[in-house]
Ligand binder design. Structure first.
Ligand SMILES: C[S@@+](CC[C@H](N)C(=O)[O-])C[C@H]1O[C@@H](n2cnc3c(N)ncnc32)[C@H](O)[C@@H]1O
Length: 1002
């Protein structure tokens, strides 16, 4: 590599990410970051935003686009891993505790201790290590690093102490690279510079130089679907000039916060801390003036608990709807519904410190459901008789003659903030949690109390205040005055409560506190406002088991707008705490950052690198649910946010998976391609969901005049879900794209050959690199078979998207042709062919191609996965990926365990007699017959009988000699693969092989 930085000298050099990416290690790192939850860097700005792409993954993509793929891939990989903090020496710093010199000389063999350490007194220790510290003469000797030993040399020596465990385990025990960001990369720059010919000692310097040699200037980076800003933040932190945009202003705000708060200077952060305190003080002062949160005896309110109350149509009683009567598990507090016969209503008594029995009895409340998806019903007893009424009946749900559904709820009006007297659903304060500072300590005493008449007076005072100020506050934009537009997620509050404006989702106390925060908050302080809104609204669940006494949970703990029968309202003290949340600090230096709100297809400026995470088949309806915040921010945004369109522009948001989705994606990516130099590069991230994704993406890429140059699969969220009881594995595909230049033509026949060649080459290359890289690592392979399989798919896409015209058809036009349900398009056909070709390359060793070609998908799946199991693989995503590849509909029927990290196939014995019938994907297959025979042989069934059953289980056994040969081949294959996995079954396989070989026919 040349020494000087010559502008544009790597203009056309392939990028590293087009050649390699250590995806297994990256998966482990990404997973670790996802599991950090609140420890994540940007989360404190908006914990309500869930679909955050891990920063470490983003870093890998951005660096991978800028670094060159040289003619020394092994070294490329090593240097890349250093930059990612994944090398051994980095793990020395990432360890929770570094080894002391004394431990180093005790555990390592070092030819001359004096090369690294000074020992005092001198001459007592031997000249070489290891040192035996149990010897009495060594006691009291002090060992210290020599001052002239560089940090790099120290790390390299210490790295020899790292335990040789799989990478994932190593990551589990370590800090994330960004947690030790200031020191972790200290040792790498000489080696990085030698390999790349750069002169950098930090990421911004390196990235600037990489930009100059590739694009002639510091890289201009864009993410047009920026969401919470995870991708653009990482690009800015690395040193790119960054242009982030998103159609949604809340996304813009989060991205802005990432740049200017988390990425703000230390001085700006000090100022922010002071301003946060001042905001809390001001709001508190205003609330205190109203005197609505104290009991006059030294206690302040912490939480107000409200529930819905309805009139039971059967008894005429007013009944509070409590899903549970437990108020606090920790403090053992329950609510008791005390009948008031005369008033036909219930008083609500609160009991603290109750016994286990009382607590258990309080579990069931006055509104219940008999299971998921079942209509909840009100239940209460009057004079010994139980009355049940469905909530849908209370609402008066009906279906009109025209088939339209509706109910008899009154629709709330703009001036409403509480139910009107005649409304079906009333709201009732049923308990208050109070707190008072302890005399002796800094903490508080807490009490849950029943509602008193003074409490009711204070409630009235708040309501009066809001009644007086609502219109003015709405006019000034301090509280919402925006209608709730009907939609998938927004229908629920409208339909089930009659709430029609966004402020209806807040009770008067919540409007009061949030309205004041909004009034006094500048751009930086609006982040605290959104946290307050999330944590205190009519949709904020009271979690009676959380924290010490219970906690008020977030609206966005799920991604719907579910209404609740009871909720927690934070009093100002508890709510304002959220304004002071600890936000991490990673000052961004030197680079230009910009945020704008526009739909991606309106991008205008030219950018060199795009990394985007579009809303592919996204379950999260950002465009609807974020209106919850937009309603509060849109009317009077601070100057920093004033240029953004404060509307979710639902119609322009890309969503779903149908025709509109494809059209939206195509126009977005077409625009980005136009706004990209010829040597620009893009990475699209998307979730690996279904087989159709490949055809979709091929179409989008094609129509956008892009071509696929590489792709990778990173499993990001494996184990998390196990704890939640399901084994869902989620991964991200990274599709690397270049501009499609020229207008190459080909025919379908030529394509077939080309695809085959490319797929085979790609698979072989990667396997070759696998071998080459193996020697470099003591841990796991750099690639696993599923990655190689992915590379197969991608090689196919690479060939296809290279061409603009196939068989005389213009592919950009073909790709956007609307799909007709059930019809296989030209593109689908090509993709299927390509994917089949890729799969053909994955024939496990020991199975002939001729046999493989004749096997069903389920058989291939089983044989391939047995091969992988024999080599120690056991993650469920392998099974999922191959099931998709081999088109096995119900692969779980073939598994004995579907645990995310401990999956395995059924053995012959575990299959028993299952999967023999017509409904099974293994029905009448050679493999099933073989497994059946192995099961019998292990049960000591007589050989002749085993053969007799085998001939029955296979059609045309005697007529088609090939059937017998296949049995022999599969038995031999299983004997080898199972040798150490299941020796007994392997031996049965050998017996079967011999039985069939020696069987006398006729
Ligand atoms: C999957 S999210 C991005 C998440 C982000 N990478 C993160 O880590 O937080 C997709 C984003 O695309 C935005 N979006 C949807 N349609 C859009 C369009 N037509 N133009 C620009 N942005 C759009 C959504 O508002 C959403 O923020």
């Amino acid at each position: 590599m040349k020494k000087a930085i010559v502008p544009l000298s790597w203009k056309d050099t392939p990028a590293l990410i087009e050649r390699l990416l250590p995806v297994q290690k990256l998966s482990a790192e990404a997973y670790k970051e996802q599991m950090a939850v609140h420890g994540k860097t940007l989360t404190a700005l908006g914990s309500y935003w869930k679909g955050r792409k891990p920063l470490i993954l983003n870093k890998a993509c951005i660096l991978g686009c800028l670094l060159p793929a040289t003619d020394n891939p092994a070294r490329d990989l090593e240097v890349f891993e250093m930059l990612m903090g994944m090398d051994d020496a980095s793990f020395v710093v990432r360890a929770k505790r570094r080894a002391k010199p004394r431990e180093i000389v005790e555990q390592l063999s070092i030819a001359r201790i004096a090369d690294f350490f000074t020992c005092t007194p001198e001459g007592v220790l031997p000249s070489s290590a290891p040192v035996d510290w149990t010897k009495p003469e060594h006691a009291g000797v002090k060992v210290a690093w020599r001052a002239d030993v560089s940090e790099g040399a120290r790390r390299r020596l210490e790295a020899q102490l790292l335990p040789s465990v799989p990478y994932r385990e190593r990551v589990d025990e370590a800090y994330r690279p960004e947690e030790v960001m200031d020191e972790v990369h200290v040792h790498i720059w000489d080696e990085v510079n030698t390999h790349l010919g750069t002169e950098a000692h930090s990421f911004p310097e390196l990235v600037e130089q990489l930009g100059i040699v590739r694009f002639g200037h510091r890289p201009r980076f864009a993410d047009t679907f920026s969401g919470s800003g995870q991708i653009p933040f990482e690009a800015a932190r690395l040193g790119c000039d960054v242009y982030a945009s998103d159609i949604n202003p809340v996304a813009c705000m989060l991205t802005w916060g990432a740049f200017h708060i988390v990425g703000g200077s230390p001085e700006s952060r000090e100022r922010l801390a002071l301003d946060q305190k001042e905001l809390v003080r001001r709001v508190q002062e205003e609330i205190d003036k109203l005197g609505v949160e104290t009991d006059g005896k030294g206690w302040r309110a912490k939480v107000y608990l409200y529930c819905v109350e309805v009139r039971c149509p059967q008894t005429g009683w007013m009944v509070p709807l409590l899903p549970t009567r437990v108020v606090s598990k920790g403090y053992r507090v329950v609510a008791e519904l005390v009948p008031d016969e005369k008033g036909k209503r219930y008083d609500i008594a609160i009991h603290s410190g109750v016994s286990d029995e009382v607590l258990a009895a309080a579990d069931a409340g006055s509104v219940r459901s008999d299971g998921r998806g079942q209509d909840p019903y009100l239940v209460h007893c009057v004079r010994g008789a139980e009355y049940r009424t469905k909530v849908s009946t209370l609402r008066g749900d009906y279906r009109s003659e025209a088939g339209l559904s509706g109910n008899r709820l009154r629709m709330w009006e703009k001036g409403d903030f509480s139910p009107q007297p005649g409304d079906v659903f009333q709201e009732r304060l049923y308990c208050v949690q109070w707190m008072r500072p302890k005399r002796s300590a800094k903490s508080n005493d807490y009490e849950f109390r029943a509602v008193t008449t003074e409490d009711i007076d204070r409630e009235q005072a708040v309501a009066d205040f809001m009644a007086e100020h609502l219109v003015a506050w709405q006019a000034r934009g301090w509280v919402p005055d925006m209608r709730i537009e009907a939609g998938d997620k927004t229908n629920e509050p409208i339909r089930t409560r009659g709430w029609t404006y966004w402020h209806h989702l807040f009770c008067p106390r919540q409007l009061l506190v949030a309205g004041m925060v909004n009034q006094f908050a500048d751009a930086r302080l609006k982040f605290g406002l959104t946290q307050v809104l999330n944590a205190s609204s009519r949709l904020s669940r009271w979690n009676q088991s959380g924290g010490g006494g219970g906690i008020v949970a977030g609206v966005f703990d799920n991604q719907a707008l579910n209404v609740l029968m009871n909720f927690g309202c934070r009093a100002s003290d508890y709510a304002l705490d959220l304004l002071m949340g600890a936000i991490k600090s990673f000052p961004i230096e030197k680079t230009t950052v910009g945020v704008a709100s526009f739909p991606a297809h309106e991008a205008r400026e030219c950018r060199d690198v795009y990394v985007t995470d579009p809303p592919y088949g996204d379950a999260v309806k950002y465009e609807e649910i974020l209106e919850f915040f937009i309603a509060w921010l849109r009317k009077n945004p601070p100057p920093e946010f004033a240029d953004w369109t404060w509307d979710s522009r639902r119609a322009l948001a890309i969503k779903g998976e149908d025709e509109d989705f494809r059209r939206g994606m195509v126009s977005a990516y077409r625009r980005m391609t136009e706004c990209m130099p010829d040597n620009g590069i893009q990475v699209i991230m998307f979730t690996h969901q279904s087989g159709s994704i490949w055809a979709d993406m091929a179409n989008i890429v094609w129509a956008a005049s892009l071509r696929v140059s590489a792709a990778w699969y990173v499993a990001t969220e494996a184990e998390k879900r196990i704890q939640e009881g399901s084994n869902y594995v989620k991964g991200t595909v990274l599709l690397v794209l270049r501009k499609r230049l020229g207008s190459h033509k080909t025919s379908r026949d030529d394509l077939a050959w080309e695809i085959q060649e490319e797929v085979e080459k790609q698979v072989a290359d990667l396997t070759g690199l696998n071998q080459q890289a193996k020697g470099l690592y003591r841990d796991a392979n750099v690639f696993e078979d599923s990655d190689i399989q992915m590379a197969g798919y991608v090689a196919a896409l690479r060939v296809l998207t290279r061409y603009a015209v196939i068989d005389g058809r213009d592919m950009t036009v073909e790709a956007i042709r609307p799909r007709v349900r059930g019809e296989t398009t030209f593109v689908d056909g090509l993709i299927t062919f390509a994917v089949d070709t890729a799969n053909q390359c994955l024939v496990p060793q020991g199975v002939t191609k001729a046999t493989w070609d004749k096997l069903s998908g389920a058989e291939r799946f089983y044989l391939k996965l047995i091969d992988m199991e024999a080599r120690g693989a056991k993650t469920l995503d392998n099974y999922q990926n191959f099931a998709k590849a081999f088109k096995v509909a119900d692969f779980k029927a073939l598994l004995a365990s579907h645990r995310a990290n401990d999956a395995r196939l059924k053995s012959a014995a575990e299959f028993g007699r299952a999967e023999m019938s017509e409904g099974s994907e293994l029905h009448q297959s050679v493999l099933r017959a073989v497994l059946y025979a192995l099961m019998e042989l292990q049960k000591d069934v007589d050989g002749a009988e085993v053969l007799a059953h085998l001939t029955l289980n296979l059609s045309n056994y005697y007529g088609d000699m090939v059937q017998r040969e296949r049995v022999v081949e599969l038995a031999e294959y299983l004997a080898q693969r199972l040798a150490s996995l299941r020796p007994d079954e392997a031996s049965a396989a050998r017996v079967l092989r011999e039985l069939v070989k020696n069987q006398r026919l006729g």
